[in-house]
Design a protein around this ligand. Structure first.
Ligand SMILES: Nc1nc2c(ncn2[C@@H]2O[C@H](COP(=O)(O)OP(=O)(O)OP(=O)(O)O)[C@@H](O)[C@H]2O)c(=O)[nH]1
Length: 346
């Protein structure tokens, strides 16, 4: 995207200039159409940076996010969704200083000062940059950066009308894909623990079951419930109960594999879906969780509370479940049978 011929001197140059501008405008429109309907942030960002790099013959295009609190969720979402292109994180003060706190593109051909905005692998090969501030909710939250080996291509003081247009389109596009993403998160996540919620389990479990059937693989699930959770609330307060549930969620996630999923089913009940795991593997996981909770107490205001859970297992390696509800009900019944057994033994 070169906009260096601002005042052509003759008619043929003027026509060429107009044609060039038309080409750029068309390309920008094509990029906008292509990325407009992408529904997740990583797909939006990957497609956008690939297209900008290809269509404008750039050497590198990447995203920089400032380290403000609001970006942590965005960065995590991009990571979870497996964004393939480079994303750098920089301190907000540094970013604002380097883009001079402006919402317009910054063109630079002296790169030393901007090193922290450039991926290490590109630092020694680029000659100039166009830094396009990314604005969300009226705040500069990052930048999309266009890098080229050509030192002449982006120079301070150059006209940047189309780059500015691109920056605005990127900001609007990113804001709307992120808003859609957050709506989806609100609908599928439990607000207290950040785990997937029951509604998401209702969608995911039938899919996992039919996938397991199709590929002839086992599928197991654990239905888990905290023991005497009401007593924790009653003795230490609701805040402690909330923190305890968040603690459990972190422990469960840390002990599971990437393919496994944990859901908060209700109050103090959790469901773990274990694709490709047999009954005995599920049993081993549940025992590992119990043992871990015995060893790592939850600490609340200098007190160590030992969390304990009961669980029930349902597995396709034991029965040929016709549907997800039956499987879930079976695991729930097993859980309560174990609870009764444990209480009777006290
Ligand atoms: N702090 C907190 N408490 C919750 C939340 N959701 C549900 N609860 C409480 O969880 C408690 C669950 O109590 P019970 O179902 O009797 O379970 P329990 O005390 O663990 O008893 P057993 O399951 O028989 O061991 C209730 O007191 C609910 O008020 C929450 O989000 N935060």
């Amino acid at each position: 995207m070169s906009e260096d011929k601002l005042y052509p001197l003759n008619v043929s140059e003027l026509i060429e200039h107009a044609r060039n501008n038309e080409r750029i405008a068309r390309t920008l429109f094509e990029i906008e159409v292509e990325v407009m309907n992408l529904s997740d942030c990583a797909a939006f960002f990957d497609r956008l940076t690939d297209m900008v790099r290809e269509r404008f013959a750039l050497d590198d295009v990447w995203l920089v996010l400032s380290n403000i609190e609001a970006n942590a969720r965005l960065a995590e979402t991009l990571r979870e969704q497996g964004a393939l292109n480079t994303i750098l994180t920089v301190a907000t003060v540094d970013l604002l200083r380097l883009v001079e706190n402006r919402r317009e593109p910054v063109l630079v051909d002296e790169l030393a000062r901007y090193r922290q905005l450039i991926p290490p692998t590109s630092r020694d090969r680029l000659g100039s940059l166009a830094i396009l501030p990314l604005v969300m909710d009226d705040r500069i939250v990052g930048a999309m950066i266009l890098g080229t080996r050509d030192r002449e291509r982006y120079q301070p003081g150059m006209e940047f009308f189309f780059l500015h247009q691109l920056a605005v389109k990127v900001s609007i596009g990113f804001s709307s894909v992120w808003a859609r993403e957050q709506l989806r998160l609100l609908a599928t996540r439990d607000a207290l623990t950040g785990l997937r919620n029951r509604r998401d389990l209702d969608l995911a479990l039938p899919q996992e079951l039919s996938r397991a059937r199709r590929y002839g693989q086992p599928l197991s699930l654990l239905f888990m419930d905290c023991d005497d959770f009401k007593q924790i609330n009653d003795t230490h307060g609701h805040d402690c109960g909330d923190a305890y549930l968040r603690f459990l969620a972190r422990i469960f996630i840390s002990l599971l594999r990437e393919d496994d999923s944990v859901f908060r089913y209700a109050g103090d009940e959790f469901v773990v879906v274990l694709p490709n795991q047999t009954y005995s593997a599920a049993q081993a996981i549940a025992e590992r969780m119990e043992a871990h909770l015995q060893q790592v107490p939850f600490s609340w205001r200098q007190k160590a509370l030992v969390a304990s859970i009961s669980y029930g297992i349902a597995s396709t390696s034991q029965a040929n479940w016709l549907n997800a509800e039956d499987m879930l009900r079976h695991a729930d019944q097993k859980l309560y049978a174990l609870k009764r057994e444990r209480k009777a033994a006290l």
